[in-house]
Design a protein around this ligand. Structure first.
Ligand SMILES: NC(=O)c1ccc[n+]([C@@H]2O[C@H](COP(=O)([O-])OP(=O)(O)OC[C@H]3O[C@@H](n4cnc5c(N)ncnc54)[C@H](O)[C@@H]3O)[C@@H](O)[C@H]2O)c1
Length: 266
């Protein structure tokens, strides 16, 4: 059942859920390959990860006795991804786990969105996941082994006010998850998506600043959890990923694991 000496490729790993998952996997003996854009983007306009975040992640992961490669790269750019994947394969020989986690969020009514906003959202959250996966899947097929997890959202299972482009990207990830699960099952590669409610990450802090609200107000407005919490923590997401990549989930594929503090119940 051990994850020791497995290799995980994690996008958007500089901070938030990607970082917490990298640290949790490293704690189980997994070598980490972290890719993050690590620079601000005009859209969504809040702070993304930084080179400093990547450097501190590397130090923290290596202090747990496992290897760590970090790459500053954009999931939308095939050459960035290809370089990171090739370096990872030459250092570790394999990639066992892909956590497609990089993503942005921003508010806007559908009829007021610019085309640039629409394209950024879909290109990062949806096309980016495909770009990364298509660079990694061939090596998983060759080894007849692999595990892919796409970080969607509750917005990938419901409609959300002023988030139609975000929801469209996250519903799209469900389509990728289910279709890849079918394509890759013959090669013993499992593919699942996770669907968190609001998570306590820099993303929500950034959205709150843009909206002139507190982070808690943002979480409550966009969520409405059944359990009395405004959000879940990054460790809750990491736990779900650890379960999905474990042998305990060996027959779980094509599924949507909901981490919503009960939100979708009503
Ligand atoms: N925070 C939430 O409430 C919440 C809820 C459900 C799902 N999600 C999803 O979880 C994932 C992680 O979000 P988070 O809350 O940790 O956000 P975050 O903003 O804290 O972290 C996202 C990371 O992705 C990186 N990134 C953004 N665009 C990138 C690109 N083009 N290429 C490479 N890296 C890029 C950022 O630099 C950042 O480090 C996202 O896909 C998000 O949509 C978030």
């Amino acid at each position: 059942m051990s994850l020791k000496n497995k290799v995980a490729f994690i996008t958007g790993a500089a901070h938030g859920q990607g970082r917490a998952t990298a640290l949790a996997l490293a704690g189980e003996g997994v070598h980490i390959v972290a890719l993050d854009i690590a620079k601000p983007l005009a859209y969504p306009g809040y702070d993304l990860g930084s080179p400093d975040d990547l450097a501190t992640l590397k130090t923290a992961v290596e202090s747990m006795g496992v290897g760590c490669l970090t790459f500053k790269g954009d999931v939308r750019i095939d050459s960035d991804v290809k370089f990171a994947v090739q370096e990872a394969l030459s250092r570790f020989d394999k990639i066992d786990i892909l956590f497609n986690n990089a993503g942005i969020c921003a508010y806007g009514l559908a009829h007021e969105l610019t085309e640039e906003a629409w394209d950024s959202m879909i290109d990062i959250n949806l096309k980016g996941a495909w770009i990364v996966a298509r660079n990694i899947i061939p090596s998983m097929i060759a080894r007849k082994s692999g595990n892919i997890i796409n970080n969607s959202s509750i917005a990938g299972l419901r409609g959300m006010n002023r988030l139609s482009h975000y929801a469209a990207s996250k519903w799209g990830l469900v389509g990728l998850t289910k279709s890849w699960a079918i394509e890759l099952a013959p090669y013993n590669i499992r593919v699942n998506s996770i669907h968190p409610t609001g998570v306590n990450t820099p993303m929500n802090d950034g959205l709150a600043a843009l909206e002139g609200k507190t982070t808690e107000q943002i979480a409550e407005a966009s969520a409405g959890n059944l359990l009395p919490v405004p959000w879940i923590e990054t460790e809750d997401v990491a736990s779900a990923v650890l379960y999905l990549v474990s042998d305990g989930a060996r027959y779980v594929t094509g599924t949507q694991l909901v981490l919503d503090a009960g939100l979708l119940t009503r």
